[in-house]
Ligand binder design. Sequence first.
Ligand code: A2H
Length: 252
Amino acid sequence: EGVGPQEYTAIKMKIVKNMPEKIRVLGKPAFLVAATLRPETMYGQTNCWIHPSINYIAHEAINGEIFITTRRAALNMAYQGLTQNQNEVTIVAEISGQELIGIGMESPLTSYQVLYALPMLTIKEDKGTGIVTSVPSDSPDDFVALRDLKTKQPFRQKFGVKDEMVLPFEAIPIVEVPGLGNLSAPTICEKYKIQSQNDADKLKEAKDIVYNKGFYDGVMLVGPHKGKKISDIKKLVQKELTDVNQACIYME
Ligand code: A2H
């Protein structure tokens, strides 16, 4: 970080359930847009993460679509040709993270037909779009946050998360990592005895290992790039998604 521009894949997740009224009345296709460095992990997505107390906006994107992101990300998008009016953000609704929780979406590549926006308290407002794809098989942060929601009913209740938005969703094996198997994040969290998302130090260590090994030594287990190394296919998957308008390139 801090060494120049970072290129993300902005994943378009189409709202198909529990659309907030102020978005529905716009009568346009609307998307939660998540920024990821690992587009090939979309095969294992189980949900997306929202910060309940961040304020998001719905804005006019290219092709008559509505994107939901932070205001900051929308402004960056405006200078990258991703908004309807060049260099301009046209806000059509302001919406709190809490209001986004429980929205149901269709997302590219994953085997779950509909997945849900769920709360994560460690999301940063000043990174990406403020919306994060959740891949518990390959991200310790995602695995632990999903497990916390599954095991702690009061946590679900506090944020209005229904059981059916969480309980049926399991990590999907998508990447084989030498020494860590095909569910590298759950495996390392077990090994380091990480109890919850508050175990920040242990989580950081676990992440450093899984992210590095996953990216440089990991091998894809599913999809058309099965058998190939992650570092060789990241760009290919990004292009496949942007070619069919399910993602955009987003820089910051
Ligand atoms: B990655 P970097 Cl499977 N707040 O996506 C907190 N985290 C955020 C965020 C925000 N506002 N925006 C994006 N991120 C996460 C997938 C993934 C990611 C996997 C493995 C590694 C990985 C699934 N979550 O990232 O600080 C997103 O999680 C390794 C770092 O810009 C995004 O990619 O380097 C990554 O952090 C961007 O982090």
